[in-house]
Design a binder for this molecule. Structure first.
Ligand code: AMP
Length: 172
């Protein structure tokens, strides 16, 4: 594993008992590790002719914005309900317990724009899948998806049906 992964901190029982939380804040706080992590995420997409990076609130904003800058493209936020000010499209999706909702601006991207959808951690995959569906509803084309960390033991990849590649920079 690359050196920046040493700075990912495991926090047991957060936000609930039984969850081992992968805390990336020490990676973000270290200039070299942050740069290396963003480079690792950017590497597969440098020749991909993207129009934008789409990041999922909230940690997907931090990585997604840095990645957009690195790849020389724009950034589009996918947010929790009620946060985006203009006309939005929204999608309800199932979580392990309960439901949640994500929103995107209806005019976030021109139809046919090729985008990379980004989040920090792939756990069950429900959040990333919902963000992909939302982008497609809005008219964007998902060229790929990227996460910094994949929790491989949760097997999200086995249920990942999208044709576009799913890239993880570190897998646990
Ligand atoms: P998912 O189950 O893939 O839909 O994950 C839901 C969201 O919660 C993602 O945006 C992750 O950032 C976050 N998340 C889920 N599990 C973890 C974990 N063990 N450590 C850190 N973040 C997590």
């Amino acid at each position: 594993m690359p050196a920046w992964t040493d700075l990912i901190r495991d926090v047991p029982d957060f936000p609930k008992p039984g969850i081992l939380f992968k805390d990336i804040t020490p990676v973000l706080a270290d200039a070299g590790a942050f740069a290396d992590a963003v480079d690792a995420m950017a590497a597969p997409w440098r020749a991909a002719s993207l129009a934008a990076v789409v990041g999922v609130e909230a940690r997907g904003f931090i990585l997604g914005a840095a990645l957009a800058r690195e790849l020389g493209v724009g950034f589009v936020p996918v947010r929790k309900p009620g946060k985006l000010p203009a006309h939005t499209l929204s999608l309800d999706y199932g979580l392990e317990y309960g439901r949640d909702r994500l929103e995107i601006h209806a005019d976030a991207m021109p139809a046919g724009a090729r985008v990379l959808v980004v989040d920090d951690v792939l756990a069950t995959g429900g959040t990333l899948k919902a963000a992909v569906q939302l982008v497609e509803q809005q008219g964007g084309v998902v060229a790929g998806t990227a996460v910094l960390v994949e929790l491989g033991f949760l097997n999200a990849r086995a249920g990942w049906r999208h044709a576009a590649p799913l890239h993880a920079s570190a897998v646990y």
